[in-house]
Write a protein that binds this ligand. Sequence first.
Ligand code: C5P
Length: 210
Amino acid sequence: PDHPVITIDGPAASGKSSVARLVARQRGAIYVNTGNMYRAMTWAVLDAGIDPADADAVRAAAATLQIQSPVVEGQTQVQVNGRTLTDADLNSDPVNRAVSHVARVPEVRDLLVAAQRALAAIGPLVMEGRDIGSVVFPDSPLKFYIDASEEVRAARRSAQGHTDQVAERDRLDSTRKTSPLVVPQGAIVIDNSHLTLEQAVQQVLSKLPN
Ligand code: C5P
């Protein structure tokens, strides 16, 4: 019933989004950026004037929000209560600062993980995030973990014009109780510090069955 899912996890700014998008295109799969789902939840929390560090308030707000992920041109968009969020909404500095706080609330994760699993009924997926191979689709035989050195990741982030503290976000994501960032069991690890995008995509594609 469910379609195959290629999982790609890794820290912030490791280059996994670019790799995942191109692998999805090559394989004719739907590209799912789960970070954008956590970012959408965070955008809505901030829009409601809620303190992202107040876990009880975040939990209560999350239960009232409708996060939807329609597939448009081969990738999922994110909508909050019917409103489509733009890249600027999702990648703002306030969202960058708050997202790891919102993402550590277990009820937020439960809601979004259920939505992520449901997408596998639509078609084959390439899904990237922090817990895709470990928690969302632990039985997938097609798991990757894309890493890069802290220096390279910080440089990529500032080249994109972001001033957020990548290291602090990774610290929060790696140390949280629920679904921390880990190398999933069975994942192939790719160090993307000194690869071009094409080389990293090739490495992933070369490991996939035809
Ligand atoms: O991938 P991206 O850097 O856009 O993710 C933003 C944040 O969303 C991460 O720093 C993390 O806190 C959260 N996240 C998560 N689990 C995922 C994807 C993202 O907790 N599967």
